[in-house]
Design a protein around this ligand. Structure first.
Ligand code: FE2
Length: 378
């Protein structure tokens, strides 16, 4: 990246003047066994809007992708159209899950070259893709498991998503539920892997560690895990990284690693400005959430102090609250959204707090363990 470009970015985003300026999450791509039906689920149950499509009709022969959006969140749902593809092999091993966490950058060639010089493993060399709406440069590096980061440079592009995609028009357009942006994405890595990937994000991407939890913070009677949260310079990209800690029974991280057959994205946290309305709509549309015992609410206000929301809808919906030095947050977690007990979503509303709900971990993990018990995997 030229000095002029760096200076220009520093003017627009003064906090992003680090060596790997990331402007935000560009898209999240999931490899799924039936992209057409998955897209319907994300529209119907989660309020995403139809955005773009690529497949046989656009000249692809081996895969099909549907792109849905809500607020600034874009999900790409991709399935193979024939046997023997890398996508099909990925799905065979991992089930449905996140393959790509794409990061919006000003210069995808610079981002790639910098990451490679700093020790990244290549996934995609910089490639320029064009259509009548302009051009996009993409490049990619590997992260934990088979997950990858793709850098997307789209400043010379006016099309609906990426070259090769066309607008996806459908007569079925259920309303959005108020999801705004990706707040953070959590990775589950193998025992001993957490510090390795913390170092990777620090060394290769210039991230800093903002939080650390050890097994004393995150343990129940049966299981434990450890977690460190990495953030980029401007705080728009936050990646907590979990690893299992020894416990009496199998931890939720081990259950994930067993069923995903490797390391990968455990949950995608999406932010809303109106969590009660959002969660009410999601529940009405069939999304299943983890529930903590209602006794959680008996002492809630003693724990977190005064909050703007009425307690009744929080209790009815199962929304959790936690406070830190800067404010408080409201959060709730879905059950896994595919057959394997792997990826799930978090819905989060921040009211000043920049933390991750440490005060809720115990109640939450006990709720997960009740689910594990039902699955016979505890
Ligand atoms: Fe989270």
């Amino acid at each position: 990246m030229s000095t002029t470009t760096t200076d220009a970015i520093a003017k627009i985003y003064p906090e992003a003047a680090d060596f790997m300026p990331l402007l935000g999450t560009d898209y999240v791509e999931l490899y799924v066994s039936n992209a057409k039906q998955a897209a319907h689920f994300y529209q119907t149950a989660m309020g995403f809007q139809a955005l773009a499509y690529a497949g046989l009709e656009t000249g692809l022969r081996d895969r099909e992708s549907y792109v849905v959006e809500q607020g600034k969140i874009r999900l790409v749902l991709t399935s193979p159209l024939c046997s023997g593809t890398a996508i099909g092999r990925h799905i065979d091993q991992h089930g449905d899950g996140v393959k790509v966490v794409a990061l919006w950058v000003d210069d995808a060639t610079y981002a790639y070259n910098t990451a490679m010089e700093r020790g990244a493993q290549s996934y995609l060399k910089p490639v320029v893709e064009e259509d009548q709406h302009g051009s996009v440069v993409r490049s990619g590096i590997c992260t934990y498991g088979e997950t990858v980061h793709i850098f997307v440079e789209r400043k010379a592009y006016q099309g609906v998503f990426l070259p090769g995609f066309r607008a996806w028009q459908t007569n079925y357009n259920p309303p959005a539920v108020g999801l705004q942006y990706v707040d953070h994405m959590v990775g589950n890595v193998a025992l001993g892997g957490m510090n390795k990937w913390v170092d990777f994000y620090a060394q290769v991407m210039g991230f800093t560690q903002i939080v650390s939890f050890d097994d004393k913070d995150i343990s129940t009677e049966y299981t434990a895990l450890m977690s460190k949260v990495m953030s980029n310079g401007n705080g728009r990209i936050k990646f907590p990284i979990n690893e299992p800690a020894p416990g009496k029974r199998k931890s939720q991280v081990e259950e994930y690693l067993d069923f995903y057959e490797g390391e990968g994205i455990q949950h995608v946290a999406v932010a809303t400005d109106h969590i009660i309305e959002t969660v009410m709509a999601l529940q009405a549309r069939g999304i299943e959430f983890l529930k903590v015992p209602t006794t959680y609410y008996d002492t809630l206000l003693e724990r977190v102090g005064p909050i703007d929301e009425d307690l009744t809808p929080l209790r009815e919906l199962g929304i959790l609250v936690d406070r830190d030095d800067e404010g408080y947050l409201l959060q709730i977690f879905t059950k896994p959204v595919q057959p394997r007990p792997t990826m799930f979503f978090e819905i989060i509303q921040r009211k000043g707090a920049r933390s991750f709900g440490k005060g809720n971990f115990k109640a939450l993990f006990e709720a997960i363990e009740r689910e594990q018990e039902l699955r016979g995997t505890l």
